[in-house]
Each structure stands twice: as structure tokens, then as C-alpha cells.
Design a binder for this molecule. Sequence first.
Ligand code: 13P
Length: 258
Amino acid sequence: MTDSSPRRPLMAANWKMHKTPAETAEFLARLQPLVAANREAARPCDIVVAPPFPCLPAAAAAARGTGIELAGQNMHWESHGAFTGEVSAAMLLAAGCRYVILGHSERRQYFGETDATVNRKLHAALAAGLTPIFCLGETLAQREAGETEAVLREQLERGMLGLAPAQAAVCVIAYEPVWAIGTGKTATPETAAEAHRYLRRRLALLYGEAAAAAQRILYGGSVKPDNIRGLMAQPDIDGALVGGASLDPQAFAALVNF
Ligand code: 13P
């Protein structure tokens, strides 16, 4: 495949609450040879792995020199303080992360995250020099009520509120329809692409056409080796944020090598 897109694809593994440090080291040792050809591929991908916090040291040691980047799965917006159970952007950076996943629907659903807290986190991550992977997406009820575009618009605009254009340009956006996460019900490539096109149109209104054309928008929700090519054939889909299939090095490598 030739690369007609100005955007470099990105495949991100969101492990959620899975794997120990030893399992992390084993995964990366097995993944590395399977993705070695990626650098010379016609359309090389950025590869990102987001392990649980206690696995970051093992991941950093195993990923050193491989080109595989690390992400935190969440962070607090404050730099330090009495926030039991939280970690800061500086801590993630010091642990070897270049990226941080923010606003994941599971954080919104189970841990009370709102567009306002996601917005504070985006500001803090960018100020610290982390690249946010900013997640948004509609629920099944919202889709069935015809609210998909309104929900995406609200999450996008509230989440990115107050970002300078240069900061917005750094963000990676992940469209993850909640009904497709962990359900085996992937959005069809056309349904996903429609949402991506809508997000890109809104980004163009916010930050201009050139910025919108350069913004990476990932799809997430039951991405598997057997559906990745259809998704990646859509010009507006720039990669994937993967849960279940990212836990197995063979499967994740197949996604990287789509
Ligand atoms: P699944 O790939 O397991 O559906 O999870 C998607 C997701 O939530 C990635 O962040």
C-alpha cells in the first residue's frame, strides 16, 4: 500500500487492567521480532503500549531502543499533592511514557470523568510534554436516539476547550463508540469513517483545514486482525486503539503489520 495520507498511522495497545510486570516483559520480548519489519514497511506505524502503572518500569526496560513507545492509561491534572491513587504527568514522563490515554469511556462510565475533568487533564498533559490520546464516543442509546454527532461535538469541543492551536495539533483523537468496546461489535468501516469525517470537519472549524487534515484520529472498539484492513482502508482512519486483541503479541503484531 502506498502512503497517500499525510498522517502516520498509530497502533495503540490499551491493556486496561491486565498483565503483571513479568507478563509485560514477556509480551514485549515476543512482540519485538514480530514488528521488526514495521520500520521498513510502505506505511510504517507508530506503536504505543499502555500497560498498567506498576508495569511501566518493566515496559520501559523492555521497550528501550525498539521504537515502541509507552502510554499511561490515565493521570491527574495536578502536578502533585494529596490525591490518593492518582499519578501526575511528570511521573508518567519519568517512567518513560510519551503518551497518555485520557477520557476513555471506562473512566467516564465507572470513575466519574466528565468533559471538564478530561479538559483539565488535556491541558496538564500538554503542558508537561505528553501526547494525549483523547478518547470520545457515543453510547448505543445516544446512537439510536440520533445524537451521535451532537455527542461527539460536545465531547470534542468541551474536552479541547482553551487549547492553543499548537497544543491541539499534538493531540491524537480516538473515536471509540461505547457500544463497540469489548462487545465484539465493531463499527463497520463506513460507520467509523463517517464519525471520523465528522470529527475532522469540526476540527477544521475549530483549528483550520490544514490542522484538521494533519490530526490523527484513531478508531477503537473490537478491533481485531480480521477487521483492521477494512478500517485502515478508510482515508480518515489513522490507526486503532485496541483493547482485547492487544493483549496477545501475535494479534497486536498483526494489527501493526496490517
Ligand atoms: P476492545 O478492543 O477490547 O473492544 O477495547 C477497545 C478499547 O476500549 C480501547 O481503548
